[in-house]
Design a protein around this ligand. Structure first.
Ligand code: LLP
Length: 431
């Protein structure tokens, strides 16, 4: 993708930096992000709305990859930010993220998380449930502090990659159901709350979505419902947040839409429904995570041991695995990769890439065609930028790899490699 290419030395290059030199400098495993790609995608999302003169907010769903440096980058790109925990909020505050651009999600926000968000006077709470709504009502009254909220609604549309399903009543832990009147009840309650301003509605229909029908259907449902609520309660839908979920390419079979197409389809749908039912155009907010950082990131590993089972399989082990990328084990997610130190060498073997954890399920890629590999080789795995570092663990007491940003031939350390001492930082001695 983008600025990834093979250089004269037959090495993989990302953001103008030779991956072999990155490995010499930072060791393995290492996550590498081409931040010019992230910026390009952020700008594309925003520009597409601007070109059509649509009021919008594009919030980076930072659960996909959260750290100080990415928050600094997103703030500089004038993106809004979606946080889902006190920890993400804390990191955003450390990055001096503009407070009004922060949106706070979560289905079980604790009192201390709510208070932290009120103290920082963030832009918007995405309220998930009655418990949260009543707590927010109490706190805002006590503090005499106004807050803006969106109500998270479960629209009865669920989308994954190619299909979407509609369910009468969605069985989900998130949000207020549309079908059984919960959402309407939540709206009526919040409209009565003196310090709460209901700006609009939120929904999120899924992740790694390749088509637009699911979004359109969710938009229809929420806008038609809003029209009814306008007539009933004089509710004005000022903001319609349709969540994230825009897909990316992991393997060649994946065919995500260009970012412009996702956005233009959302705009078309909101505009056409708005005209049809005579509801004023709301602002359109979105929350992309994966599509901003996913394919901007790769992971570099050192190749290690091999196990050949004649006529069955060649296992090729790398010095990382499910601790730095749990997605294959957890979701059966597919990835592809190349030998970064000799990209164009002839492919002669099929390897199944094994991690180093004590667990049979710790496999990164099944049946990957590669040149004959040995322990001098470096494996680059593509599209690891979303939910890789974010979901990394210390299983088997394996330290987390560092994160390096590259851009225009330069590299910057964004997160240091964890040391063994870091692993023991919180351990207390029994004697
Ligand atoms: N907004 C809300 C309310 C969400 O729940 C999510 C993701 C997003 C935005 C961002 O979705 P994205 O654009 O990244 O698809 N760990 C899983 C993905 C979980 C997504 C959870 N919610 C994975 O590795 O595939």
């Amino acid at each position: 993708t983008g600025t990834m290419r093979m250089n004269k030395a037959n090495h993989l290059e990302i953001g103008g930096v030779d991956t072999v030199s990155l490995v010499e400098k930072y060791g393995t495993p290492v996550y590498v992000y081409d931040i010019s790609q992230i910026k390009y995608k952020a700008r594309t999302f925003k520009m597409t709305f601007q070109k059509r003169n649509i009021k919008a907010q594009v919030a980076y769903a930072s659960k996909a990859f959260s750290c100080l440096a990415i928050y600094q980058l997103m703030a500089k790109e004038e993106m809004s930010l979606d946080v889902v925990s006190g920890g993400e909020l804390f990191t955003a505050i450390q990055a001096e993220y503009p407070n009004k651009k922060i949106h706070f999600h979560g289905n079980n926000k604790s009192d201390s998380e709510i208070i932290a968000a009120l103290d920082y006077d963030i832009g918007c709470f995405v309220v998930d449930n009655f418990y949260e709504l009543s707590k927010l009502n109490e706190y805002t009254k006590q503090r005499q502090q106004k807050v803006s909220i969106l109500l998270r609604v479960t629209p009865g549309v669920e989308a994954h990659t190619h299909e979407y399903i509609t369910t009468g009543q969605t069985d989900s832990k998130f949000g207020f159901d549309l079908e059984n009147g919960q959402a309407q009840q939540a709206l009526e309650m919040s409209l009565e709350m003196p310090y709460i301003d209901v700006m609009g509605l939120h929904c999120h229909i899924g992740s790694q979505i390749f088509e637009t029908d699911g979004f359109s259907l969710a938009i229809d449902k929420l806008m038609i419902q809003s029209k009814e609520w306008q007539l009933l309660f004089d509710f004005q839908l000022r903001v319609l947040n349709v969540g994230g979920g825009f897909g990316i390419r992991y393997i060649s079979e994946d065919e995500p839409l260009p970012i412009e197409d996702y956005v233009n389809n959302l705009i078309d749908e909101v505009q056409s429904v708005s005209e049809k039912i005579q509801l004023p155009m709301p602002e359109i907010w979105i929350e992309p995570g994966r599509s901003l950082v996913g394919d901007a990131g790769i992971t570099l590993y050192q190749v290690g041991s091999q196990k050949k089972i004649p006529d069955v399989r060649n296992y090729l082990a790398i010095d990382g695995g499910m601790t730095d990328n749990i997605r294959p084990a957890l979701y059966d997610a597919k990835y592809t990769g190349v030998l970064a130190n000799r990209v164009a060498d002839t492919v002669e073997e099929t390897y199944s890439i094994a991690g180093k954890c004590c667990e049979s399920g710790d496999m990164l890629i099944w049946d990957l065609p590669l040149p004959k590999a040995d322990a001098t080789d470096i494996l680059a795995v593509f599209s690891t930028g979303a939910y890789g570092y974010a979901m990394a663990s210390n299983y088997n007491r394996i330290p987390r790899p560092p994160v390096v940003f590259v851009e225009n031939g330069k590299d910057f350390l964004a997160i240091k490699r964890e040391s063994y001492a870091d692993l023991m930082r919180l351990d207390c001695s029994l004697y």
